[in-house]
Write a protein that binds this ligand. Structure first.
Ligand SMILES: [Zn+2]
Length: 127
């Protein structure tokens, strides 16, 4: 069997990732406290609107966590770049092999530029 290709992102997916990226951008530019206040004012009902396919996640992928986001210029550049790609319709594509990046990976790292395979290759090469 051929490995199944991740499906193209729907408009709904794109909107979800865009919101994550906007939060990341706010966090990186120092507006996180404001975001947290907003979250609390919604009574903890943050992001409960969406039913997640929890059975597909085997615990390998982490949920995107703003607290774990590296606060450096490179990350900020990647986040801005990802927002650009959402606007021009290329978001979710691996820059190296042009396959769609797995959605679980994007949920953990919405500013990811490469699919997990290419990322691992890059890491092995010492990047
Ligand atoms: Zn790739």
């Amino acid at each position: 069997m051929v490995a199944k290709k991740p499906a193209k992102l729907s408009a709904k997916d794109l909107e979800e990732f865009k919101q994550m990226l906007l939060k990341a951008r706010a966090a990186l530019s120092g507006d996180l406290s404001q975001l947290e206040e907003e979250a609390f004012s919604q009574n903890g009902n943050v992001d409960a609107s969406e039913a997640r396919p929890g059975d597909s996640a085997d615990g390998y992928y982490q949920e995107f966590n703003l607290q774990l986001l590296e606060r450096d210029e490179e990350t900020m550049a990647q986040v801005l770049d990802a927002l650009d790609r959402i606007e021009n319709g290329t978001y979710g594509q691996c820059e190296a092999c042009e396959q769609m990046i797995n959605k679980e990976r994007l949920r953990a790292v919405p500013h990811a530029r490469n699919c997990i395979e290419c990322q691992r290759l890059a890491e092995r090469r010492g990047h």
